[in-house]
Design a protein around this ligand. Sequence first.
Ligand code: SF4
Length: 430
Amino acid sequence: MTIAFHTLGCKLNFAETSHLQRQFEKAGFDIVDYHQRADIYVINTCTVTAVAEKKCRTVIRQAVTQNPDAVVAVIGCFAQNDAAQIARISGVDIILGNDRKHLLPELLANQGYAPTGRQTIDTQEPHTFQLSYSGGDRTRTFFKIQDGCDYFCSYCAIPFARGRSRSATIAETVAMAKEIASTGTREVVLTGVNTGTFGKAHGEEFVELLRRLDDIEGILRYRISSIEPNLITDEIIDFVATSRAFLPHFHIPLQAGSDKVLKLMRRRYDTALYASRLAHIKADMPDACIAADVITGFNGEDDDTFAQSKAFIDSLPISYLHVFPYSDRPNTAALKMPDKVPVPVRKARSLELHALSNHKRHAFIESQMGKERKVLWEHSRHQGETGDTMQGWTDNYIRLQRPFDMTVAGTITPFRVENSTIVDNFACDE
Ligand code: SF4
């Protein structure tokens, strides 16, 4: 039997899809490309913006058209938050929210891997947790160590889609990291919704997990995918700076460079705290790459506030930005807030910050020119102008290339950052 997967959204979704995919592989299924005819289609969805939801609907319809007799299962965040909307798409057989999606193999087996003629919908509030990691890349994996969030920032629908913060214990997480090490994967990206809250339910500390992971033989590198400014403590920064395998690469969401807007967003820090975290990182690790998320046009962000926000971002040692125009999400506190910013203004401000991001990225890469950084070389072969090349990321997240040599694939070697070795100045966008 054939099964095809399609994943939308974040790294967490990719890790979860891979986990499911491995289970079906073990059960003897042939995994086929999503654009091919399959007996079963699984779509792991995203609800982060209205645009993401529209993409999900398109992908679901594609699956139904490709094989009207297939079982079509829609799982994940959009399924969790708006099952009714998905149920109206004809041809959808199964809708499982985030608490139930791991039960898909069992559910499909019980119905003989065939459509039953009636829809199964289960979107109970998420409270379970499964460790999982992404596959398909021999060099790097996204390891889901935490799920959910208790913060309820006023603009964010994630706590409704993914439930409260939860994780496995340190012992369980380390055991799965050892399993990852045994697959030969060299780099592990620690992924979660609010990663820094790892361990809360078990009375364990995130920094202690980092210490234990650092001791695992075989894993050569770790990155922390994203961590809230109020949770990246001095202890964590000092640990990363002196650890064996944690890299000088940080992703610290800022969202707004104005204390007034941060308060309206119900974020748990102010600009002074954010600036102090970055100053500490740069004092310990001057070559660190630091990425930040920013939302433009949040309610109450007038022209002066935006100008202030932009000036603050410009003043920070940020290497690049992920910029999103604000979009109203169902159930959130921000939905009912006054002082909405017109959508064209949100978009125009987003373009302004994209330009600032490009400027910062150039400046960061310029600061690394001529330096030797450690690169983990990937296995894939690329066609270059003067022959085949291979690519890899530096520890501080610059994409470099060199002539292809199979013997260095999967290894880390020092390599110089130069105009001729940089894949592309904008390559550190994820
Ligand atoms: S910290 Fe805020 S923005 Fe991040 S997932 Fe939690 S509620 Fe959403």
